[in-house]
Ligand binder design. Structure first.
Ligand code: HEC
Ligand code: HEC
Length: 269
């Protein structure tokens, strides 16, 4: 007893007690803190990366390199982000098959779960745009008129006025945007596949992207096709002008002939 009280007065006693108390608090916190969920998310994520790495080694490494560093047959995937993978593999463009002017859209060969794993793996190689959430690309609550304006300024020169698509140089083409999943439209803007420029959030805010998706949904969706009747192919001023030229001018010519015929008849009689 005497020994203990003597130690209590030792100059370092307070420090020892403090350290002991800190250790106990820390230990208790570690034991009871709600760390379970974060840990579970972590392991799910690293599991997805692991599975994705396996899929990648089989399907993609031959062109993009074993660590995604790229090769003579494919570009580096470091930093392209999950959105690029979700777009490229989700639209069946990747894995690419035969060389050509442009890698075309195909029936996807991976299911969405595998695409998510591939995306998780590629995202782990370097930070890039993430796959957008449904609230980002769903047309609900977006401004369709604004979207049309933005589409005509930024996209129509390649994809035509309502996204019917068109030819570019050297056998390349801007595909039709009819029937393209809203998520893939959003990702195409984020990542700029092949000859398409990318429209990062600095160029087109996420709200602007949503408006464009809504515009395409309005002009190409099945329920709202051509509220005004005949859409003339949706090709914009060329077909509309031709229509006006042939039918409008034709009608004027017909009227002129009719008037002329009547006046000559009137003169004769
Ligand atoms: C036959 C070779 C080949 C295979 C196999 C292949 N790719 Fe590609 N990949 C390419 C080429 C070539 C490009 C570049 C296309 C271009 O931009 O013209 C590309 C582009 C990409 C891009 C776009 C990169 C960017 O900068 O946005 C992604 C993402 C991608 N590939 C992912 C994959 C994934 C994932 C797989 C496996 C499922 C895969 N690729 C398999 C050849 C290949
Ligand atoms: C310079 C021409 C150009 C411009 C401008 C352009 N694109 Fe593209 N776009 C392309 C080309 C080329 C492709 C095909 C790329 C490929 O196959 O990987 C493409 C592909 C796409 C796809 C994929 C379609 C599919 O079949 O999967 C979407 C969606 C898309 N563009 C939307 C847009 C939107 C929205 C804009 C405006 C914000 C835009 N593009 C601007 C050239 C362009």
């Amino acid at each position: 007893m005497k020994k203990l009280s003597a130690r209590r007065r030792h100059p370092l006693a307070a420090l020892v007690v403090l350290l002991f108390a800190l250790a106990v608090t820390g230990g208790l916190y570690a034991a009871f803190a709600p760390a379970d969920k974060a840990q579970a998310d972590d392991t799910a994520q690293s599991l997805a990366i692991k599975e994705g790495k396996k899929l990648y080694a089989v399907g993609c490494a031959s062109c993009h390199g074993t660590g995604g560093q790229g090769s003579s047959d494919g570009p580096s995937l470091v930093g392209v982000g999950a959105a690029a993978v979700d777009f490229q593999v989700g639209t069946g463009r990747m894995p690419a098959q035969q060389p050509g002017a442009q890698v075309p859209r195909k029936t996807p060969i991976y299911n969405q779960a595998q695409i998510d794993q591939l995306a998780a793996y590629v995202a782990s190689l370097g930070a890039g745009p993430a796959v957008p959430g449904k609230d980002q690309y769903s047309p609900d609550g977006a401004d369709v008129g604004k979207g049309g304006e933005l589409f005509r300024t930024n996209c129509a020169q390649c994809h035509n006025f309502t996204g019917k698509g068109g030819a570019l140089t050297d056998g390349k083409f801007a595909p039709t945007l009819e029937g393209v999943d809203p998520k893939h439209i959003y990702e195409a803007m984020q990542t700029g596949p092949q000859n398409m420029p990318s429209f990062g959030d600095g160029t087109l805010s996420s709200e602007n992207k949503k408006d464009i998706v809504a515009y395409l949904d309005a002009v190409n969706g099945d329920d709202t096709a051509s509220p005004g009747g005949l859409d003339l192919g949706g090709l914009g001023p060329v077909s509309e002008g031709l229509f006006g030229y042939i039918f409008g001018l034709g009608a004027l010519v017909a009227v002129a002939i009719w008037v002329a015929a009547r006046t000559t008849k009137a003169k004769k009689s």
